[in-house]
Design a protein around this ligand. Structure first.
Ligand code: SF4
Length: 954
């Protein structure tokens, strides 16, 4: 029968209406926040479609997004609040009413707040309401708050914010329409997922070159024009070598550097002095530069100056100083960064490195883009055109999750700056509200006292040692030791250390650990088995748990639920309001500011409540300032939707920027609009406000952009942002470690701070490299069809990745006598797993890898005992330690970047051998968890059957 002429199944009624109603909302199957249209039929969700009008995805929907139906109907969904009845960690609960649950939580939290608010550690996982949760922690009075960023990509975020006032993903994007050369580093499939796919499509369609630098050729690397299988943890070495080559060849954009960066700022050269390495400044605090025309030192803010980038200078007081650029050039031209010197360590030949540098230079300078778009700079000078360097880059966790990640990420931004490829046509472009001032304003706030809010948000950006949260003895004030000498620039906190520190009582014991959406006893834990033990550990004297109380909120029966004393069941994302706010994690693009909401498209069929509602309810019960009115009644009786509309962070600035003002006529800043949510719903649940055309590039110095973003309420002043090639903030910490200033590190931390707080990027080997006898790297990749542990319980997505295998380079496996499908034993200094091997070619020879977060613990997620996720799936987490080996004196630092505290997941070193006897299942095996009452688990899934029209009678 010819194709297309098959007899149609009468049950497939192509003209049958598929939906009674379509509701717009925002996807939450990963972090990208695409717009979706949910088709509803007979009160159920028929199918989910991408919203063609949405600024994030333009109609594109990925496998995860369409599988939101199965997330919403998952048999793993919690059904009612739970109180633990058995031993912690077994999963034995009694169902309770909400009043009991909230009353219990309020009693526990109220007592802590009256005694010592910092005894509450409140941490969230991949939540999208950090503007609310952080504000809640601040008003409770605990500094012990953070979200998941410390174990995700804080190196990328912090290095970016301290260097260019922004970074990738939510901070900016490649100029997809004009880029000619795109350099992609590391795993990035889960951050900016659909936008990158759309962008890559545009690049490929135009014939732009895509180069992927990643130890593993999957995902985006698989469609790159060139894949470079770098050795994990050496990206910084490659980037510094590229800079070495560009400097050697003189292929840098000197005009860009002197106009927009601190390259010409004079840095005091007086070794041993208290101001050595600081920037020379005038009486008003302005940086000083050397003017070639006037042959003297002038203000760096003088637009008439002709700055020099080279040569030592003498200041008016006789001190010597050197332009920051010269220091950078000296550093990067060191022989250790020459391509020949780095080839062995990176696994990339010198020839390839030289060619990459030449290609970057060629595209940036020989294929420059000129836009006939006039613009005005911050000094009022008019420019007839915009000149662009069409080289763009993107990176996320792959280069970030290493102990050297901060300097690697900073090096990458320096490479962009040297090419003049930050916010110019064809390069990386900021998204509003970025760029921020450098360093960003807002310092972390420490504890104040009983029943007292913090003086500011718990997270922030230290500008020097005096901003650390430490006591007189230099001891950390936070339970995770963020903003202490161990992790001074820990802008996202250190979720990965909370349980270990709380269990040890270091720096102090806590009373309650309150987690939201953070699967800390399983795939979010480094050292999984030890974490499970610590959660159950008891004090020998009192026999109480060392972490006395654990409150947890999640929509699903994840592994963490079993370790909780009180469980507050959340809704799915299709059953609640949410706010994707410019105060939080924006969805702007390079041409516009944007935000969005989620709205309930169906009602919950269980006794569950949105966590945001619960938090606001608890805040009112605790009578936290901000949550109650002057007479003590709830300020937001309508809970989260009420808060979204009526909360003001400062006058005129609220969670949503669209349709502000009494009648909805204002954008950005404006009075509360009682109809704001209705206006969002009318507009398909998003708002987008465009930047004027003349303000769309050079945003750090573009008067139109700076004034527009001030008018929108994104910044207090329209002052320019100077990109920081040389970091004076880092030098301040280094000086403290060398004995200068009022706040200095204790003796035990001095050498470490002095070493890693280098004002210029450099490369050092990740700390785990010191593990002798473990020759291979082991890392994870994010499957494009999964997001954390959410996806690996989803009935449809499980059919794509039902299990994970350990991938090994074919040649390496043959050397080790390992064949496809063999069981292998993988051993690290901290643990051992037995898993099945899969051979492949597209992987660095020294690297093993697997998909992230597929393995599940038996009993969790309402999966069948025979589910492949539990019998064959596994985690590399069992092999990773949250602490480094003991140093001299026995102290153990975090397995993290010493600057930001970012968890160094990707530094793992292992050895591998064929398992002597194939085990029956992947190991280690943990006892199966009991489960609270959950929905019946269908043995055969027939979700669509209920929507089928009746079959016509024969
Ligand atoms: S990329 Fe993420 S937010 Fe977008 S449709 Fe896929 S899962 Fe949803």
């Amino acid at each position: 029968m010819p194709r297309g002429t098959a007899e149609r199944d009468p049950a497939v009624a192509t003209n049958h209406p598929i939906a009674d109603e379509v509701k717009f909302t925002t996807c939450y199957m990963c972090a990208c926040r695409c717009g979706i249209k949910v088709h509803l039929k007979d009160g159920g969700i028929r199918y989910i479609e991408g919203n063609q009008n949405h600024p994030v995805n333009h109609g594109v929907l990925c496998a995860k997004g369409s599988a939101g139906i199965m997330q919403h109907s998952s048999p793993a969904r919690l059904r009612k609040p739970l109180k633990r009845v058995g031993e912690r960690g077994r999963g034995e609960f009694r169902e309770i009413e909400w009043e009991e649950a909230l009353g219990t939580a309020a009693d526990w939290l109220g007592a802590i707040r009256a005694r010592d608010p910092k005894q509450l550690a409140f941490f969230t996982g991949r939540a999208q309401s950090q503007a609310l949760t952080g504000w809640g922690a601040q008003h409770f009075g605990t500094p012990n708050y953070a979200a998941h960023g410390g174990f995700c990509s804080v190196n990328m975020a912090a290095a970016g914010l301290y260097t260019i006032g922004g970074s990738f993903w939510e901070f900016g994007e490649p100029d997809w329409e004009r880029t000619k050369y795109f350099l992609l580093f590391g795993v990035a499939e889960d951050h900016d997922s659909n936008p990158i796919k759309i962008g890559l499509g545009k690049l490929k369609g135009r014939g732009a070159k895509v180069v992927s630098i990643n130890p593993i050729r999957t995902g985006y690397s698989a469609i790159a024009d060139e894949w470079i299988g770098i050795r994990p943890g050496t990206d910084g070495l490659l980037v510094l070598s590229l800079i070495h080559e560009l400097l050697r060849a003189g292929k840098i954009d000197a005009d860009y550097l002197v106009r927009y960066t601190n390259a010409p700022w004079l840095v005091i050269d007086d070794e041993g002095a208290a101001d050595h390495g600081l920037c020379a400044r005038g009486t008003g605090g302005q940086p000083l530069i050397w003017d070639r025309r006037r042959e003297r030192v002038v203000s760096g803010n003088d637009p008439e100056a002709l700055p020099t980038l080279r040569g030592p200078r003498t200041l008016s007081d006789g001190r010597r100083a050197v332009p920051a650029f010269e220091l950078l050039a000296r550093r990067c031209l060191e022989p250790r960064y020459a391509p020949d010197a780095v080839a062995a360590e990176t696994g990339i030949s010198a020839t390839t490195i030289k060619r990459l540098a030449a290609e970057l230079a060629h595209v940036a300078f020989e294929e420059a883009i000129v836009l006939d778009q006039p613009w005005t700079d911050c000094h009022g000078r008019h420019h007839a055109r915009m000149i662009g360097r069409p080289v763009a880059m993107h990176a996320m966790r792959g280069i970030s999750a290493h102990a050297n990640g901060f300097h690697t990420c900073r090096a990458l931004h320096l490479l962009q700056m040297l090419l003049g490829a930050v916010d110019t046509p064809g390069s990386f472009r900021y998204e509003p509200p970025f760029p921020r001032l450098i360093p960003p304003s807002g310092k972390p706030a420490g504890p104040v006292g009983p029943n007292t809010p913090l003086l500011g948000p718990p997270l922030g950006f230290p500008q020097g040692p005096e901003d650390l949260l430490i006591d007189e003895a230099g001891k950390a004030m936070r339970i995770d030791k963020a903003f202490s000498w161990e992790a001074p620039l820990a802008a996202h906190g250190l979720l990965h250390l909370v349980i270990a520190n709380a269990c040890k009582g270091d720096p102090y014991p806590i009373d309650t650990l309150f987690l939201y959406m953070a699967n800390m006893s399983w795939n979010s834990a480094m050292n999984t088995a030890r974490t499970m033990r610590m959660l159950c550990e008891r004090d020998a004297a009192t026999t109480d748990y060392r972490i006395p109380r654990i409150i947890y909120s999640d929509a699903f029966y994840s592994e963490m639920v079993a370790y909780s004393d009180l469980v507050l069941p959340d809704t799915t994302y299709l059953e609640r309001y949410d706010c994707i706010s410019l105060l939080d994690r924006p969805i702007s693009d390079a041409d516009a500011a944007a935000d969005a909401i989620r709205r309930p498209v169906v009602k919950p069929d269980r006794d569950v409540r949105p966590f945001q509602d619960v938090l606001i309810d608890l805040g009112a019960r605790l009578k936290l300032p901000g949550f109650v009115t002057a007479d003590g009644s709830p300020k937001y009786p309508g809970l989260y939707p009420d808060y979204i509309v009526n909360h003001e962070r400062k006058p005129g600035i609220g969670p949503l920027a669209g349709w502000r003002g009494a009648n909805g006529g204002q954008a950005g800043a404006g009075a509360v609009n009682p109809s704001q949510l209705e206006r969002y719903i009318e507009n398909q649940c998003f708002w987008r406000g465009e930047i004027p055309p003349e303000g769309r590039y050079y945003k750090f110095a573009n008067r139109t952009y700076l004034e527009w973003s001030q008018a929108m309420g994104f910044r207090d002043h329209a002052e320019p942002v100077v990109l920081q090639l040389y970091s004076e903030v880092l030098q301040k910490f280094r000086l403290a470690a060398r004995g200068h200033g009022r706040v200095q590190p204790p003796a035990m931390h001095r050498d470490r701070v002095a070493k890693y707080f280098d004002p210029l990027p450099y490369w050092y080997a990740p700390f785990e490299s010191e593990s002798a006898g473990y020759p291979l790297h082991a890392i994870t990749q994010r499957p494009m069809a999964m997001y954390h542990s959410w996806g690996s319980q989803n009935a449809w997505l499980r059919q794509i990745h039902g299990e994970n295998l350990l991938h090994i380079h074919r040649g390496r496996a043959e050397e080790l006598g390992i064949a496809d499908g063999d069981w292998v034993t993988v051993t690290s200094p901290h643990g051992r797993i037995n898993v099945r091997a899969k051979l492949m070619d597209g992987v660095n020879r020294d690297t093993l890898w697997t998909w992230n977060a597929i393995g599940k613990r038996a009993g969790a997620w309402n999966l069948a005992p025979s589910a492949h996720e539990t019998t064959r799936g596994f985690l590399l987490n069992h092999l990773i330690s949250e602490l480094l080996p003991a140093r001299e004196g026995g102290y153990r630092y975090a397995n993290a970047d010493p600057v930001t505290g970012q968890a160094a997941w990707y530094d793992l070193r292992v050895k591998i051998e064929k398992a002597p006897a194939p085990p029956a299942r992947a190991e280690p095996v943990f006892a199966a968890l009991e489960a609270p009452p959950l929905a019946a688990r269908p043995s055969v899934l027939r979700y669509g059957a209920k929507f089928r029209p009746p079959r016509p009678r024969a």
